[in-house]
Design a protein around this ligand. Structure first.
Ligand code: SF4
Ligand code: SF4
Ligand code: SF4
Length: 292
């Protein structure tokens, strides 16, 4: 028997599922629930744009209203493209991506799988070396004209799978921590009352502390390396891109030009295999100009 859909379910079915958080909620589902509860208005989703608002208005029996500009603007869909020569493999973008569209490993180059990218932009701010560009890839098409229902369904499934995976990883980490705590407590409990009980506990407690300290030191070292790299790039005139107050089109052009300039400076030769990676048809970077 098919479960009866709630209003939140039906609202969620109409959302683009880019999981971009521009509506002010952590994902599409919480926004759908907020609209259903009357806590959010139905004009807060820039990726859905005017058509998305019209769909929600029809479902809710309300008038079509303009997109709330506080949540952003309706625009052509961007695609994240990583400059592979600048990537330091910190994994921060991968952790930020809500649909697992980025692949890579610590200290290795990362790459966006173009077919899976929703254009949510969430990977851009965490990158410590500003090596992620987001050129538009849908020409003049915006909103639902730039994003199909099947793409939305796929993004929703990937987001749900990611949520389940993260929950499993959290549970496993908590189970490991509990096992460590239990293991460290046992010798202390087994110690003779006359023996200083602190001996066993003191011998074990620093292990957990050491692990935490080591983790903090690794993160600190990675941040320091990123900072130094940023400074070196700035000294060479290859500093971070100014992404403030420019349109998406202008930003895409700036990003493409900056990436080419940096690459020429980095490689020191004109025969770089990625010399036009942000332009259509380049390999091995994804082709950002190809509509999907
Ligand atoms: S696509 Fe973005 S703005 Fe629209 S509901 Fe989903 S998370 Fe919110
Ligand atoms: S790669 Fe970046 S822009 Fe694309 S879906 Fe992931 S976080 Fe969003
Ligand atoms: S955040 Fe930037 S530097 Fe770090 S892995 Fe991603 S693209 Fe590379």
């Amino acid at each position: 028997m098919t479960a009866v859909k709630t209003l939140a379910d039906r609202i969620e079915d109409l959302l683009p599922q880019t999981q971009c958080t521009k509506c002010g909620y952590p994902a599409c589902r919480p926004y759908a629930e907020a609209v259903a509860n009357g806590d959010a208005n139905y004009n807060q989703c820039p990726p859905g744009g005017a058509e998305g608002i019209a769909r929600l208005a029809a479902l809710l029996g309300k008038p079509v209203i303009p997109l709330n500009s506080a949540n952003g603007v309706e625009r052509p869909r961007p695609l994240a493209v990583i400059d592979e020569q600048l990537c330091i493999g910190c994994t921060l973008c991968m952790q930020a991506c809500p649909v697992d569209a980025i692949v890579g490993a610590p200290k290795q180059m990362h790459t966006v799988i173009a077919e899976l990218c929703t254009g949510c932009d969430l990977c851009v701010p965490p990158c410590p070396v500003d090596c992620i560009a987001t050129p538009s890839v849908t020409g003049d098409a915006t909103g639902w004209a730039a994003w199909s229902p099947s793409q939305a369904d796929a993004a929703r499934k990937r987001h749900d799978r990611r949520g389940a995976r993260l929950a499993r990883e959290r549970d496993a980490a908590e189970a490991r921590a509990a096992a460590r705590r239990a293991a460290s407590a046992t010798p202390a409990q087994a110690a003779a009352p006359s023996a200083p009980a602190t001996t066993s506990a003191a011998a074990v407690a620093p292990t957990a502390d050491d692990a935490e300290a080591k983790k903090r030191a690794i993160i600190q070292a990675a941040l320091e390396r990123a900072r130094q790299k940023k400074e070196e790039m700035a000294a060479k005139g290859q500093g971070p891109m100014n992404t403030d107050n420019v349109s998406a089109d202008v930003q895409a052009q700036i990003d493409a030009a900056e990436a080419r300039r940096r690459r020429l400076g980095v490689t020191g030769n004109g025969g770089d295999r990625n010399s036009n990676d942000n332009t259509p048809g380049a390999e091995p970077s994804p082709d950002p100009s190809k509509p999907r």
